[in-house]
Design a binder for this molecule. Structure first.
Ligand code: ACO
Length: 323
């Protein structure tokens, strides 16, 4: 059978760093509160002239280089983002132009923080059916542009960045020893919209809007929902959660990461955490964490990875991948 194999990974973070102390200069918060409640120490912010497609393109170039591919090879681009350059065209089409890729398939996926997990599962539908030979799956966000900087309950949590993976077809035997995407579980519950949303939109008030969140409610749902999806994605792959080498969660809050790991019986030493340095970069956080784990030598080819995320919608999901 054909498997969707991740052959290259790249991450990009904009240069500007905002520390907790920087935020405490204009919003009523403190480094101590933010670190204790979230584990976050700093976040990156895109320059005013950087659009989300610029971040996506940087991450994509690094992923292509790692895969030994060039933009000329790419026939499918899926960008997971909730902060597009323009209402349309899709960031994926803009990235295609900026990268110089040939005519192919390009579209965006909007599942907020779960976007990367949704996009990778979507790419599988093209790659494993032989409809794409070299796919770029990118999570890219400029979340700082959605912040209400007077709302201390949200503005301290988010950052900007992008992560990308190259996905190519690979022959598999159909069992969990194969390289590639082995299983996934995706979920959405639209009745929980009020817990996490942006109060603007094209067809409502015509504004970009600001992110609004009932943080403690989202927190409660996160630990329960994510654990269920992770277990389902492991089952789909024919593995036990305890078999995984690395757990790569969406980086929203260190306390959520610890809560999910403990509920799943996973040792904290198996959890890749970047939340302290990156904060919550929404759809970019999983591929950025993957890129970091590979760059520092912890994550190696052949290892079994479990990725999970939850975000606005509410949406959530998980993917089991052998690198
Ligand atoms: N600095 C200082 N005090 C603060 C801050 C801050 N930045 N933010 C809130 N507080 C205060 C509140 O005003 C409140 O004060 P009060 O008791 O006097 O009323 C107190 O801290 C406690 O507030 P809570 O909201 O109950 O704090 P909690 O422990 O729940 O932590 C947090 C808040 C960090 C937001 C947490 O709930 C969380 O991480 N939630 C989940 C976030 C998440 O995972 N989002 C999903 C992904 S995002 C996406 O999809 C786009």
């Amino acid at each position: 059978m054909i498997r969707s194999v991740i052959t290259g990974v790249g991450g990009y973070l904009p240069d500007e760093i905002l520390t907790n102390a920087d935020l405490a200069r204009f919003v009523d918060t403190s480094d101590e509160w933010i670190q204790e409640r979230t584990g976050i120490r700093q976040r990156h912010r895109a320059a005013p002239d950087q659009a989300v497609s610029d971040l996506a393109v940087e991450a994509a170039r690094r992923a292509l280089e790692a895969a030994g591919r060039t933009p000329a090879d790419v026939d499918l681009i899926i960008v997971a983002t909730t902060t597009p350059d323009l209402t349309f065209p899709a960031v994926a089409a803009i990235a295609q132009r900026k990268l110089g890729c040939p005519v192919g398939i390009a579209f965006d996926v909007q599942a907020v923080c779960s976007g990367f997990v949704y996009a990778l599962s979507t790419a599988d539908g093209f790659v494993a059916r032989g409809r794409a030979k070299c796919a770029l799956v990118i999570g890219a966000e400029t979340m700082t542009r959605l912040m209400d900087w007077s709302d201390r309950g949200t503005c301290v949590l988010f950052g900007d960045g992008a992560g990308a993976v190259v996905v190519e077809p690979g022959a598999g035997r159909g069992d969990a020893s194969d390289r590639g995407l082995l299983g996934w579980a995706l979920r959405a519950d639209g009745t929980k919209q009020d817990l996490l949303y942006v109060d603007g939109g094209v067809s409502t008030n015509g504004q970009i809007g600001h992110l609004r969140m009932q943080g403690n409610q989202v927190f409660k749902h996160a630990v329960i929902n994510i654990s269920e999806a992770v277990t389902a994605a492991a089952l789909d792959a024919g593995i036990e959660v305890s078999d995984v080498d690395w757990f790569i969660p969406h980086q929203a809050n260190q306390r959520i990461l610890n809560g999910v790991a403990s509920r799943l019986g996973l040792d904290e030493s198996k959890v890749i955490s970047t939340v302290a340095e990156h904060a919550n970069t929404s759809a970019a956080s999983i591929p950025l964490a993957l890129a970091q784990g590979i760059a520092d030598g912890r994550i190696r080819p052949g290892q079994l990875l479990l990725m999970e995320a939850m975000g606005g919608g509410l949406t959530w999901g998980a993917c089991t991948v052998r690198l």
